[in-house]
Design a protein around this ligand. Sequence first.
Ligand SMILES: [Zn+2]
Length: 681
Amino acid sequence: MTTKRFAIAICIAIVAVGAWLLWPAPSPKPFNVLLITMDTTRADHLGCYGNEIISTPHIDALAKQGTLYQNAFTPVPITLPSHTSMMSGTYPVFHGVRENAGFYVPDEMDMLAEILDDNGYDTAAFVGAFPLDSQTGIDQGFDLYDDNYASRFDRHPKLQRFYDERPAADVARGAMAWIDDRDQAPFFLWTHFFDPHHPLLPPPRYRDQYPTDPYLAEIASVDEAIGQILARLEARGMLDSTLVILTADHGEGRGEHGEETHALLLYSSTLRVPLIVNDPRHRQPGNEPRVVNAPVSNLDIFSTVLDRLNMPIPDVNQGTPLPDSDRYADPEREILSETMFGRLIYGWSPLHRLTAGTEVHIRGPSQRLFDRANDPGELTDLSSTHAHKLNRISEQLSNARGAFAEGGHEFASAPVTPETIARLAALGYIGVSTAPAELSDEVDPTRADPLAMMKVFDYQQEAQSLAEEGQLELAIPLLRKAEKIDPQNPAVLLTLAQSLLSRADQKAAFDVLIQLLKAQPENVRAHLLLAQYHRSREEYEQAMELMRNAVELDSEDLATRLMLAHLEEDAARPDLAETTYRDLIERDPTHVLALNGLATLKYRSGASEEAVGLLNDTLNRQPYYAPAYLNLGVIHFDQGQYDRALRLARRALAVAPGYRNARELERRSMAALTRATADSD
Ligand SMILES: [Zn+2]
């Protein structure tokens, strides 16, 4: 430890002396950091940003005594790349994480949690959904990284297979339990709320409050969860020594510019995010937030935290500590943004954008120029009437990209796995279909312009959600229409194959997949779907062979192996499944799904003691993983230890109150205990 701790102690002592000179009551308490990220949240849908329909009292209160940034833009409207920018202070063109599926945060990057951890901080993250799973490497530096999404498992049929999202209340519950365990050391806590992202499934109370707009209902439910966390910090006397920063990873189109969701285009509807800094040492005395109008970015959070904690900011940082007022801000600040979503998923051109002061330039196969001062909706394209301006800002954009790319990580790609793709698909994403290593991130005029391809995008997206709802008869004609406009589009063909498989139109699906694999032999999702085809015909050998090929294509990513293990279990090959599980655990001893899977396998084969050992191991690594409590409880129940089973069922419910199987175990254990008491009387 001690050199670093000692260095910190000295650092704090110096700060304290400084503080003593300036303020009468220096705080001897450690300085904590709470970072709140709301997924998919538009700034203009919060009360403190002027929205008059929604009620967000807790976020508004944070803003009132803090600083609110009116013009904060994300470098990229996609969850994992955006969070990587916030946590590393660098642009995607530098850190190399360009999409959710298929990308990995480079190990050699110094992430905010790593720096704070090295400086004696306790670090924990509670994330709400799969795009931020620990397997992406965004967990670097966190002592505890809670990415278990089990609690929606039983509630919503749509999510049942993948249980990829957990509601705000559950994220808050985990965070509050962790806060309760804090003692002396300062902490860095990150909570991520996925609720405003599709699918929109607000809690009934909020659904009733906003009956026509589930998006607002989800945001309001997150506000309540934030209020609970802040109240817990207050109750523990920690709020006055905690720097709170709230932001979003990106906004949501909500129909603007023809875009319903986010990721494909680069308008402010999806790039502008809320950003609030609440530093208790600089509390705003009045009842109105300090407002900064100059452009800033959520990637500035990295340097802001280090700056406020008086820690050195690494040279790689590409952001600026957030100014407390416009007096110290750069009104001409340039913010770079990009999306490679269209390139990676649909084979279209990448898009780039520069926000420079109030000017906006979007570069694709066609050009756009907007003046946000007079046209905040970015509706009037000035590119043909203001050629001189366009040339200047276009050059600025190129220069910025060149400068920020220097010394960066090319493509931080990890192989994409079928399970990753399937889980992301459950959230409305579809996976990467081309090996990222072969891609260029430059605008490519020979490829389709995403702005001109909105029809194909809409057909494919609409078909995908129809398919998820089982309306295949409506989905398939839409996909055939999209195929007509863009016949080689891998996303269209994959969704088509998936829909045909679901309709048990096996022959047609088989033809589409073989056609796709001929063009793209390394398309992992085509492997997965073809394996599903064979699985449905109980041709397990062929299915396992395809998955083994997929594992070979994806040697680094463990989720492929997990999928293979599940298939081996289906094929009644527990011996193979055990080998695959053990291989997984050897590669990642903290892989709770593999530990839990192996435990279940061992228990079924009669090795209950080993199963108990594995489950305890799981819980040591992830004390908030409800299925492990449940499985332990089931084993004790089977052994007639009903009181222990009851306790474990309640532990599972404490973590995941909606967990139906745990509720059932609780009921059965209580019934068994009642019977046992009656028998002994
Ligand atoms: Zn997101």
